[in-house]
Ligand binder design. Structure first.
Ligand code: SF4
Length: 497
């Protein structure tokens, strides 16, 4: 059955083994939780997933609960193999460790060597997601009709930006949710004890586990999504509703990032569902299917490969010279201290579940940090800790590059800064808010609208050469009350809005 395979806690699916009966080593390291103040439900999810895998493998696995990985490895005399782990420090660790054979990474659709070949000769600015995604579609033959993309178009994103439905309900049933078992009860008791001992500290609420921890649970969620929710996913994927955090999102990111399911299988299943629906005369909308496939094999893979391609120093970029601390109310997820309805609602969702979809992350939380000049690395660390699907490889390019424009435009050609008008159009938050999305000055000035102009003013020179910022900067030049707005926002700073 081969060399014993050490599986990290984000390598838990069957595709990380060479054979179903291969001997396994699993290590639960307490030190991981001491290093960072994670969301409580993230710690629960990780421990529960690891312990479920150990229980499932039984005698096939050696399961060690130690303080550090090194302590665990010291107890194993036989040679080990490991699939390349997902962070720079973990890769350094395994490469230094004698008696450990490091194999290529798994858990992504495109192999790292293939990405490097694709990227070879391209400058950092030309590593475009859309180009990468088209190549991956062709190479892996996903949603293709011969040499052409199914439906004749590669990317149907323009169909997927609709505001929330007028009746406030996305036409999809609620998602499949797991049921906790005795392993979860044990995890909860252990976490309570660790906190009581003062050994670790968490942020966020404890709560019923909402995300899968096994391959079987992941299959339940995937099958439910493909059958009942994928149809409605596309059009409203960017919409936000105060009363419905899930909309028609798949909520598979945590499973994918725990390695519970092979993303190649996920995209093939989505394609199969689409082809079967076409054959049955009731086609799933292609924009929903393509949008989902793009998230899984386009965006997720691209972010992963950029983590390595852009190098160790990429995370330290701070092109907009943002140096504010993460404010305490944000760090504590203290939604009750915030009046701004969008921000309060999203923070409360994060506290309650450790998850919101990509638009609240990008256009509410990230947008706020960008406008207020919060230090990119600090806000990246915050995202990593409070989102239960967040890992270093996911968050560095997504937050430093995409959300905070701290790389000066490698990932995104312009900063994702937007005023209250965007949030008003894409959500139902503004109706019940004490601020007015149209106002930039005065007691009821929307912090996002005023923050947007203040952000542009502060970065006027840094963004002057960006072609896509010409129009907004010209708009800035026409504001008669700019000085007052900037003064007002300087006073507001990062106080809870
Ligand atoms: Fe958010 Fe501004 Fe709308 Fe209030 S008015 S919900 S602060 S965007």
């Amino acid at each position: 059955p081969g060399t014993r395979r050490w599986l990290f806690a984000d390598q838990l699916g069957p595709h990380f083994l060479d054979a179903p009966d291969q001997p396994v080593l699993l290590v639960e390291s307490r030190a991981v939780f001491r290093r960072r103040r994670f969301h409580r439900q993230k710690a629960h999810l990780l421990l529960s997933a690891l312990r479920h895998r150990a229980a499932q493998l039984g005698d096939q696995a050696v399961f060690l609960q130690t303080d550090t990985y090194a302590e665990a490895l010291d107890q194993v005399a036989e040679p080990l193999s490991v699939c390349a782990p997902t962070t720079w420090p973990a890769r350094d660790f395994v490469l230094r460790r004698p008696g450990l054979t490091v194999l290529e990474a798994r858990g992504f659709v495109t192999r790292q060597a293939d990405f490097r070949r694709w990227a070879g000769g391209r400058t950092r600015e030309r590593l475009l997601m859309d180009d990468f995604y088209r190549t991956a579609r062709r190479v892996h033959d996903v949603l293709m009709d011969g040499a052409e993309p199914a439906g004749g178009t590669w990317n149907l994103d323009h169909d997927n930006r609709e505001p929330p439905p007028a009746d406030g309900r996305v036409p999809a049933p609620p998602p499949w949710l797991p049921v906790e078992d005795e392993i979860d009860a044990q995890v909860r008791a252990d976490l309570d004890r660790w906190v009581a001992d003062g050994d670790v500290a968490f942020v966020g609420d404890d709560g019923p586990r909402l995300f899968p921890v096994t391959a079987a649970e992941t299959e339940e969620r995937l099958a439910d999504f493909l059958t009942h929710r994928l149809r409605a996913f596309g059009p409203h994927e960017d919409a936000m509703l105060a009363g419905d955090p899930w909309l028609a999102h798949s909520m598979l990111s945590a499973s994918l990032n725990l390695g519970l399911v092979d993303p190649a299988d996920v995209v093939h299943r989505a394609e199969l569902a689409w082809r079967e629906s076409v054959a049955a005369g009731d086609p799933l909308p292609l924009n929903s299917v393509e949008g989902f496939v793009r998230q899984v094999m386009g965006w997720r893979d691209w972010i992963w490969h950029l983590y390595w391609q852009l190098g160790r120093e990429y995370r330290h970029g701070n092109a907009l010279e943002a140096h504010e601390d993460v404010p305490g109310w944000m760090g504590e997820l203290a939604a009750e201290e915030v009046d701004a309805n969008c921000l309060s609602s999203v923070l409360s969702d994060v506290r309650e579940r450790g998850w919101v979809h990509h638009i609240p992350r990008l256009m509410v939380l990230g947008n706020y940090a960008l406008q207020r000049g919060i230090e990119p690395l600090a806000i990246t660390d915050w995202f990593h800790r409070v989102f239960l699907d967040g890992y270093d490889w996911v968050m560095v390019a997504n937050v430093v590059g995409m959300s905070q424009h701290a790389d000066g435009g490698v990932l995104a050609t312009k900063p994702y800064a937007a005023g209250g008008a965007y949030i008003d159009r894409m959500s139902d938050y503004c109706g019940g808010c004490r601020y007015d999305p149209k106002k930039r000055l005065g007691e009821d000035a929307c912090p996002f609208t005023a923050g947007y102009w203040s952000f542009l003013d502060r970065n006027r020179e840094r963004l002057a050469d960006n072609r896509r910022m010409r129009q907004p900067l010209a708009g800035l030049g026409r504001l008669k009350d700019l000085e007052a707005v900037v003064g007002q926002e300087r006073v507001r700073g990062t106080e809870a809005p």
